[in-house]
Design a binder for this molecule. Structure first.
Ligand code: CUA
Length: 347
C-alpha cells in the first residue's frame, strides 16, 4: 500500500541518513578486504609478498593513468570552444599526436610493461614447486562444501584445517571430488583451481607461525560462501605432535561416560558417511571424524566447534547450512547431545 502526501514524507523524514549509512557500510565492507586476516596486502610468504608488490605497482600505474586521463578531460573542458574551433587552436597535428600518444603508444607501453612484470616477477614465484623440491606433501580435496585434508605419508585425515610446519616447503596437491572449486589462502599463496580429473600443485612456505584464513574462490553451488578453511602454521615440534595424534585411530573403547553417544553414532548409521578410523564407521562421503574434538570449527568454518553447536548441527543440519549433503536423521535433542558429547571427546 502506498501512502500519499504528508504521511509518506513524514516517514521518509524519519530516516534521512539511510543512504549515507548504507554508503558508509558499503565503503567499510569494500575496505575491509584491504586488511586483516585474509588480505593479500598482509603477505606471510615470499610468494604472496611478490604478489602484493606487483599489486601496488599495478595500482600506482592505474592511478597515474587515471589521473592523466581525468586531467586531459578537465583540460578539454576548460579549453572547450563554442565556435567549433579545434581544441588546440588551428594545429591539427598536435591533436593527432595526442590521440596517437595517449590512445596507442602510452597504453601499449603501460600494458606490455605490466604484463612483462607479472610474467617475470609473480608467475615465477608462484608456479608449482619442482618435483622433489619440497619436504612434505598435503592433499587438499575440494568437496561440496568442505575441504578434505590428507597427509599421505602418515594416514592422517582431517577436514577444513590444514596444519603445516613453518620454515618448510610444503607441496599442496589440490584436487576435487565433485565440481570445480578453488583453494585460496590469500596471505600464504596464490589461488589454485581444483578441477575434476586433474592434480594441481602449489607451495605453502611461510616463516610466520599463525592461523591463516582461506576460502573457496570459485562458485561451486549453494553453500560456496560457507566453504572456508584455516591453515595453522606452527613450529616443527608442535606440528609433529599434532600430526602424530591426527594419524592415530579412534580409541577402541568408548571415552568415559560417552558410551551411549558412541552406540547411537553406530546404530543410527552416521558411519555410512563418516569415518572413525579403527572402528566399523568407514564412510567416506562426509568428513573424517576420528579427531573431531581437536578441530576448532564445524561445517567448513560455518560455526565454532562447541558441544552445543555440534548437537544443534546433528539435530538439524539444514538449519545451519541449507542445502548441505548431511541428512536429517530425525534424532531427538537428547540423542544429538549424546552423539555430540561422544564426538567432542575424540581429541
Ligand atoms: Cu567450493 Cu566454491
Amino acid at each position: 500500500m502506498r501512502r500519499t502526501g504528508t504521511a509518506s514524507r513524514a516517514r521518509r523524514g524519519r530516516r534521512p541518513r539511510a543512504p549515507a549509512a548504507i554508503g558508509a557500510a558499503l565503503c567499510a565492507a569494500a575496505l575491509a578486504g584491504c586488511g586483516g586476516k585474509q588480505s593479500i596486502l598482509a603477505p606471510r610468504s615470499e610468494q604472496t609478498h611478490v604478489i602484493s608488490v606487483l599489486w601496488w605497482w599495478m595500482l600506482g600505474a592505474a592511478v597515474v593513468v587515471f589521473v592523466g586521463a581525468v586531467g586531459l578531460l578537465g583540460l578539454a573542458y576548460v579549453r572547450r570552444s563554442t565556435r567549433g574551433l579545434p581544441l588546440f587552436g588551428e594545429r591539427e597535428g598536435v591533436v593527432q599526436a595526442m590521440v596517437i600518444g595517449f590512445g596507442i603508444v602510452i597504453p601499449l607501453i603501460v600494458l606490455v610493461t605490466l604484463f612483462g612484470a607479472s610474467d617475470i616477477y609473480a608467475i615465477r614465484y608462484s608456479k608449482a614447486p619442482a618435483a622433489r623440491s619440497t619436504a612434505m606433501s598435503v592433499q587438499v580435496i575440494g568437496r561440496q562444501w568442505w575441504w578434505e585434508v590428507r597427509y599421505p605419508a602418515t594416514g592422517a585425515v582431517t577436514a577444513n584445517e590444514v596444519h603445516i610446519p613453518v620454515d618448510t616447503r610444503v607441496e599442496v596437491v589440490a584436487t576435487t571430488a565433485d565440481v570445480i572449486h578453488s583453494l585460496w589462502v590469500p596471505r600464504l599463496a596464490r589461488k589454485i583451481d581444483m578441477i575434476p580429473g586433474r592434480e594441481n600443485r602449489i607451495l605453502f612456505d611461510t616463516d610466520a607461525p599463525g592461523t591463516y584464513l582461506g576460502t573457496c574462490s570459485e562458485f561451486c553451488g549453494l553453500q560456496h560462501a560457507h566453504m572456508r578453511l584455516t591453515v595453522v602454521a606452527e613450529p616443527r615440534a608442535s606440528f609433529d605432535a599434532w600430526l602424530a595424534n591426527a594419524g592415530r585411530p579412534a580409541p577402541a573403547a568408548s571415552p568415559a561416560g560417552r558410551r551411549e553417544g558412541r552406540a547411537l553414532f553406530i546404530a543410527r548409521g552416521c558411519g555410512g558417511c563418516h569415518q572413525l578410523r579403527g572402528t566399523e564407521a568407514q564412510g567416506t562421503i562426509g568428513p573424517d571424524l576420528t579427531h573431531l574434538g581437536s578441530r576448532s570449527t564445524l561445517a567448513a568454518l560455518t560455526i565454532p566447534n562447541t558441544p552445543e553447536l555440534l548437537a544443534a548441527w546433528i539435530e538439524n543440519p539444514q538449519a545451519i547450512k541449507p542445502g548441505n549433503h548431511m541428512p536429517d536423521l530425525g534424532l531427538s535433542r537428547a540423542e544429538s547431545q549424546a552423539i555430540a558429547s561422544f564426538l567432542e571427546a575424540l581429541k
